[in-house]
Write a protein that binds this ligand. Structure first.
Ligand SMILES: Nc1nc2c(ncn2[C@@H]2O[C@H](COP(=O)(O)OP(=O)(O)OP(=O)(O)O)[C@@H](O)[C@H]2O)c(=O)[nH]1
Ligand SMILES: [Mg+2]
Ligand SMILES: [Zn+2]
Length: 285
C-alpha cells in the first residue's frame, strides 16, 4: 500500500496504481503494507487481505492507534533547530522504533541554519547510545542521508516543519510532495503532510514520508518493553540492588546512580519516568 487518501488506499499493483477501498471497517492498513486485492473496475479494487507484517511503527492513545508505516528497514527520525526542538518527541519516536524492532537514525536537518550547531552538540550523547546521527540540509546537501537510504525501505518521521517532505523532494525530485511553502500560501502553515506516502528511490529502495506529529502516544507499551527501549537502562539490567528495580527511587539503583554521575541524560530518564508513571496509573484504573 503506497498511500491512504481518506477512505481510499493507493496500491501499487505492479502495473500502475490501483485505488482501493477496504471491506468493512476502514483503517488498519498501513503505508508499506503488502496487500492482496480484487479488481472491481479499471484502476479500482478492494483490499482483501493484509499480509503478515515484518514490523509496524505506530503511535497510540487510550482511544486509538495511528499507523505510521509497516515493513520498513529503518526509520529516519528527522529533527531540526527550527521550529523549536522538542526532545521528548524525539525520545518517544526512538522508543517506538526500539519496541517495533526498527533501527532508527537521527536526521538532523537544516544544517544550513546557524542554530543547528548548538542542537548538534546537544544530540551528541545520542550517538553514544548507539543511534546514527546524520547532519543534512535539504537545501544544500543530503549526501549522508542518500547513502544510508539507498537500497532500503525507510520512513521519515518527526515533528511538523522539520523538513521531511523537503528532504524527500530533494532525494526524489519527481515526488513533488507538498511542503510548508505551499501550505503557507494556503494559510495552513503546519501539518502540511496529512497522510503517509511511499515513493521509489531512484537508486533502488523506497522512502515513506509521514505526517508530522506534535505528540507521540505510547499507550501500547508494557513495562518490559519500556525498559528495553532505553539502551542506557537496558545495558544496566541486573546491576541494581533489587532484581525487579524500576529505577524510580529504589536504593542501590544503578540507573539512578549513573544519572547522578552524568552517565545518563536526565531528559531521557525523565521521559522514562513519565511513561512508566502513565503505565502504572492506567493499570490501576
Ligand atoms: N533552512 C532550511 N529550511 C528547510 C530545510 N528543510 C526544510 N526546510 C523548510 O522547513 C519548512 C518545513 O518543511 P516541510 O518539508 O514542509 O516539513 P515537514 O517535516 O514535511 O512538515 P509536515 O508535513 O507538517 O510534517 C519549509 O519551509 C522548508 O522549506 C533545510 O534544510 N534548511
Ligand atoms: Mg511534510
Ligand atoms: Zn534500578
Amino acid at each position: 500500500m503506497v498511500a491512504a487518501h481518506g477512505r481510499q488506499f493507493l496500491v501499487d499493483g505492479g502495473e500502475g496504481v490501483i485505488e482501493c477501498v477496504t471491506r468493512g471497517k476502514k483503517g488498519g492498513v498501513a503505508c508499506g503494507d503488502r496487500v492482496t486485492f480484487a479488481m472491481t473496475s479499471a484502476g479500482h479494487g478492494v483490499i482483501e487481505n493484509i499480509e503478515p507484517r515484518r514490523n509496524l511503527l505506530y503511535r497510540s492513545d487510550e482511544f486509538r492507534s495511528k499507523l505510521i508505516a509497516a515493513n520498513v528497514d529503518q526509520a529516519g527520525i528527522v529533527v531540526a533547530a527550527v521550529p523549536a526542538f522538542h526532545e521528548e518527541l524525539l525520545i518517544r519516536c526512538l522508543v517506538a522504533c526500539e519496541v517495533a524492532g526498527i533501527p532508527a537514525l537521527i536526521v538532523l536537518n537544516k544544517a544550513d541554519l546557524p542554530e543547528t550547531q548548538a542542537l548538534e552538540r546537544r544530540l551528541a550523547p545520542y550517538a553514544e547510545l548507539g543511534y546514527t546521527l546524520l547532519r543534512v540540509s535539504a537545501r544544500e546537501d543530503v549526501a549522508a542521508l542518500e547513502e544510508r537510504l539507498a537500497g532500503h525501505v525507510s520512513v521519515l518521521a518527526g515533528a511538523s516543519g522539520v523538513g521531511k517532505s523537503t528532504l524527500l523532494n530533494r532525494l526524489i525530485p519527481d515526488a513533488c510532495a507538498a511542503t510548508a511553502e505551499i501550505s503557507f500560501a494556503l494559510d495552513a502553515g503546519k501539518h502540511t503532510t496529512t497522510q503517509a506516502r511511499m515513493f521509489h528511490l531512484p537508486g533502488g529502495g523506497a522512502l515513506i514520508d509521514s505526517p508530522g506529529m506534535q505528540e507521540f502516544g505510547l499507550k501500547h507499551l508494557n513495562q518490559d518493553e519500556l525498559m528495553a527501549a532505553f539502551p542506557e537502562i537496558h545495558s544496566r539490567r541486573g546491576l541494581c540492588r533489587f532484581y525487579n528495580c524500576r529505577h524510580v527511587k529504589e536504593p542501590g539503583c544503578a540507573v539512578l546512580e549513573a544519572a547522578m554521575d552524568g552517565g545518563i541524560l536526565v531528559n531521557r530518564l525523565r521521559v522514562y519516568h513519565s511513561l512508566l508513571a502513565q503505565m502504572l496509573t492506567s493499570r490501576q484504573l
